[in-house]
Design a protein. Structure first.
Length: 283
């Protein structure tokens, strides 16, 4: 069953202030006996922009320092995060989801000690609930950000036995770093593709967004590397090594032509032909 179908789900969810349990994709992990909690903040420069619109002074400038073309198609506005609510008309936030992410990011910005304490309480709450059901537990602290939390909060109290995993565009964090299993997320650019190939050759995994339609199979290979369907679950730490994790374009990414999204047939960036010349990529 999905995570939200396990007994005690609503009770656990109601106690959480920072972490989220009902992300639709993450909830699929319940079918494999794992509970995953995700931390969603406002990504890249969105927090600074909204803070100014809200009449507040931001102390954080960029929560995704390695972001590239993905910024315009960020999952921050996918699903419920992109549905405007009339009650928020004329405000800095589009809906409850965005408002909630802003409040979390604001707390991290203005009172990091309180943020850390609450994050540790949330993780302990989720872990306790998971153990009561004999389920494993995992945490993804960069649901819509790309921060190295081990540097931000050294010694963060993660519950014993819990798994940590994340996606990242940081070239310094591929594979397992500081106990976190990272999946490198490919953006546009020759250098980034070259790095992605190196990561795969060394047994790491690379997430790539394809223009594959919902319900259609993902490519079998990309540049000769095997591909798995990353939309089946979000449990990236269970992926076989050396594989491409195919993700279907969602939200704004469906119309992306920046080169961030890849063509499911050719594997090349979805842009004008003159903007992509594979022969210039040198190894």
């Amino acid at each position: 069953m999905k995570t939200n179908e396990y007994p005690g789900f609503n009770a656990c969810k109601s106690k959480l202030k920072l972490l989220t349990l009902d992300n639709p994709k993450v909830a699929k992990g319940g079918k494999r006996g794992e509970v995953t909690a995700v931390l969603h903040l406002l990504p890249e420069r969105e927090y600074a922009r909204v803070a100014v619109l809200n009449g507040e002074v931001p102390g954080l400038s960029n929560l995704c320092p390695w972001a590239g073309a993905c910024a315009a198609s960020c999952l921050n506005t996918a699903g419920r995060g992109g549905i405007p609510m009339s009650t928020y008309a004329g405000r800095a936030f589009a809906n409850n989801v965005q408002h909630g992410r802003y409040k979390r990011t604001r707390l991290y910005d203005t009172d990091p000690d309180a943020f850390r304490a609450q994050l540790e309480r949330d993780m302990a709450t989720v872990a306790s609930w998971a153990r009561s059901l004999d389920l494993t537990v995992s945490f993804r602290l960069n649901g819509t950000s790309d921060l190295h939390w081990e540097s931000v909060f050294p010694g963060l109290a993660v519950p014993a036995g819990a798994v940590r995993y994340d996606y990242t565009k940081d070239p310094r964090r591929t594979g397992t770093v500081d106990g976190v299993r990272y999946t490198y997320s490919l953006d546009k650019g020759f250098a980034r593709e070259a790095l992605a190939r190196d990561v795969l050759r060394l047994g790491g995994n690379v997430a790539i967004v394809f223009n594959t339609k919902k319900g259609k199979p993902v490519p079998a290979t990309w540049r000769g590397f095997p591909v798995i369907d990353g939309d089946e679950t979000d449990l990236r730490h269970m992926d076989p090594p050396g594989h491409v994790v195919a993700l279907r374009a969602k939200g704004k990414a469906r119309a992306d032509r920046s080169g961030f999204v890849r063509d499911a047939v050719t594997g090349d960036p979805v842009v004008a032909e003159t903007a992509w010349e594979p022969r210039t990529l040198r190894r």
